[in-house]
Design a protein around this ligand. Sequence first.
Ligand SMILES: [Zn+2]
Ligand SMILES: [Zn+2]
Length: 274
Amino acid sequence: MAVDLHTHTTASDGSLSPSELVREAARAGVRVLAITDHDSTDGLAEALAEARRHPPLELVPGIELNTEADRFEIHILGYFIDWEVGWFQEVLRGFREERRGRVHRMAERLAALGIPIDPEEVFALVREGSAGRPHVAQVMVQHGYVGSVGEAFDRYLKHGGPAYVSYQKLPPEEAIALIRRAGGVPVLAHPGFIDQDDLIPRLARAGLGGVECYYAAHTPAQIATFLRLTRELGLVATGGSDYHGPRVTPDGRVGTPRVPYEVYQTLLAAPRGA
Ligand SMILES: [Zn+2]
Ligand SMILES: [Zn+2]
């Protein structure tokens, strides 16, 4: 009985619609599927309706929030959130507008410097995460304005550069608090991408409920370390594919890596809310 607690749809940067993803999961024998779009729950209603047509598939409402601490991008997953409440939707809308707005403001500054770029081209490049300076830099390289991403940063996009636009960073502790306030269980996504030893204990003190241990890009040694930490800190060990659909993640597959069903049972029993 496969479990997949991390997937994306067209509600954020995935290439499958919520219904298509649910059907693909059902075909792959996934028993429990969580949809965790970036800063959006817009795919959940459609996915829940489709999931009812594929018993015994269970759908877990989720979210993935992008945060930043010490210049590291840290993603916090949330499960079993009361996603329909107004204040939570208001917060998500603010996050999405802030991120898109920053890309537009950078494009305006670049245009004033004689470097016109189309923000839509920037958004089209985004895979895992949200549009930011690296994507703007890539578009600048593609159009031959600069020779490399490094040059784009050095000459234009670095802190204090002529096209730099400041933005509001969401600390991971705040994302954890938001998910708790929305009645959910906050879980640190793909910690293998962040090479910071004290991060998990620090976030555990802030109310983190679990750590995504089973993840395709994690080495066996990393998985062992994360499993040990979750045991020591009393956190739930979760896992998922981070599948974005065949167009975005051609090597990925929903339900891969194999996550034990007990993971879902433990997550189900984890304390929710504040
Ligand atoms: Zn992520
Ligand atoms: Zn993700």
